[in-house]
Design a protein around this ligand. Structure first.
Ligand code: SAH
Length: 463
């Protein structure tokens, strides 16, 4: 199967730097399912094309113990020819840094929208190919498709279910690669590997923002996840989210080395670990988690015996249901079960259940509240609930420049109403502290960029 990527951005040969593949060399790589060859049929300053040829070896796949049916089709099939999940995996393995939006030699170019063309000579697609348009056009591509005859020598045999596809766009290379990574397997509809929960995370990582707002989103999720309803639900939840900042995850889970990938601690884990540490340092015994979402923080705190009483409040009952499942509340022994409670509630109303805690946390919550209602949130928390300490974390918008796949001005999550600079957060928090008789300190969470600051900013208020 073939894929051709072309740019006319000048000097066009910079495509080689972006893809980290030298245009002067033909390169080959062994993949688990066959061989990949890369060459540049055209490499001038005006126009440069990379060609990826992927040779899938069905016989080797059968020998390695695929889920073949024992019949002839496991040896003779369309898999070597059509763009499918094999191609997606090859893209991720061969161009992992480009997919992540990284480029050692041309970092600015990786972050720039450039004219890009994609040609895929054979793709399988049901119906009249309208689906191809429906998938790519909303993302800003100009789409040309051609239906291939079953056999060009015998036109009377009619048409095949195969199409050639040509796309043209002006976008960042990482966006185009991410979109191909998700859409090719979805369109093809046949995954060559087991689809489990890991796939949800990959989908959310690559899909990020463009998928959440794609008009064909539900179809894409369902096709990518091979119509497994529970996975589709999980993916949808993560995309639209109760607290998933998928762009953060996308940037963190890139890279082809799976083991290294797992070793890396996600920003979300770093955030939770930092909060836990501060709560321990503050010697809080009772903790209120407002906007607790799926209960990630509560799950951590529950493991520490020094936290005697935990209450999670969220406006979303769906998020709380997930939290209850995650925390296995039903299976907890009675003594544990007594330590924790989940309740539906809104943070912008005064709520007696929120009173009397040593500490309250609002982790990645304020940016979900409409700016005009922040004052109500402030009063219900600092004036009425009045915990001994308040921990509030929120994204640092300055750091967004470091996330691959984000457009300028784009927020990390589609439900975010705003994202603040360090100065904006500091001003707001300082004024809140003054109004309610607290002292506030600021702490970074995550790797601190010398110019842009940390990805997450944390304010700790104490009375
Ligand atoms: N703290 C969690 C979830 C953050 S996402 C974590 O870090 O994983 C933000 C959460 O705030 C969502 O679960 C959302 O349902 C909740 N939320 C947003 N506005 C709210 C409001 N007015 N009252 C209560 N919860 C709210």
């Amino acid at each position: 199967m073939l894929l051709k990527l072309t740019t006319t951005h000048q000097p066009a040969t910079d495509l080689g730097y972006l893809l980290a593949k030298n245009p002067a060399r033909v390169q080959s790589a062994e993949l688990s399912f066959g061989q990949a060859h890369i060459c540049y049929p055209e490499a001038s300053a005006e126009r440069c094309s990379l060609l990826l040829l992927l040779e899938v070896d069905p016989v080797a796949l059968v020998r390695r113990g695929g889920d073949g049916d024992g019949g002839l089709t496991q040896y003779v099939n369309d898999r070597p020819y059509v763009a499918s999940s094999f191609l997606a995996v090859a893209l991720a393995q061969l161009f992992s840094s480009a997919l992540a939006g990284r480029s050692r030699d041309r970092p600015e170019l990786a972050a720039t929208a450039i004219p890009l063309g994609v040609e895929i000579p054979v793709l399988r697609c049901g119906g009249d190919g309208q689906r191809l348009r429906d998938c790519f056009e909303p993302l800003g591509y100009t789409v040309e498709i051609q239906r291939l005859p079953l056999d060009p020598q015998f036109p009377e045999w009619g048409e095949s279910p195969y199409f050639s596809l040509q796309l043209q766009t002006t976008a960042r290379l990482s966006e185009v690669l991410s979109q191909l990574y998700v859409l090719l397997p979805a369109i093809d509809g046949d995954k060559h590997y087991y689809v489990g929960s890991d796939e949800v995370d990959k989908l959310v990582a690559r899909g990020g923002d463009w998928l959440a707002s794609h008009p064909q989103r539900d179809w894409i999720l369902s096709a990518y996840l091979r119509r497994q309803r529970s996975l589709v639900g999980e993916a949808l939840g993560k995309l639209l989210g109760t607290g998933e900042t998928e762009l953060e995850q996308a940037s963190e889970t890139e890279g082809s080395d799976e083991a290294a990938l797992e070793r890396r601690i996600s920003l979300n884990d770093q955030r939770m670990a930092a909060i836990e540490e501060h709560l321990l340092r503050l010697q809080a015994r009772s903790v209120l988690d407002v906007g607790c979402g799926e209960g990630r923080l509560l799950g951590r705190l529950l493991k520490q015996r020094s936290f005697e009483r935990l209450l999670g409040i969220d406006v979303s009952s769906l998020a709380l249901q997930r939290a209850a499942q995650r925390l296995r509340l039903e299976q907890l022994p009675a003594r544990q079960r007594e330590r924790i409670e989940l309740a539906v509630g809104s943070l912008v109303y005064r709520d007696a259940r929120m009173a009397g805690f040593d500490a309250a946390c609002a982790i990645e919550v304020i940016e979900h509240i409409d700016a005009p209602r922040l004052a109500a949130f402030e009063r219900s928390l600092f004036e009425f609930a009045r915990p001994g300490a308040v921990l509030i974390s929120t994204p640092n918008v300055e750091f967004n420049a470091r996330f691959a796949g984000m457009r300028p001005g784009q927020l990390r999550h589609r439900d975010h109403r705003f994202e603040w600079t360090r100065a904006e957060f500091r001003d707001w928090a300082t004024a809140v502290a003054q109004r309610h008789g607290y002292q506030v300190e600021f702490h970074p969470i995550g790797e601190v960029d010398p110019d842009l600051g940390p990805p997450t900013q944390l304010g700790i208020f104490v009375r």
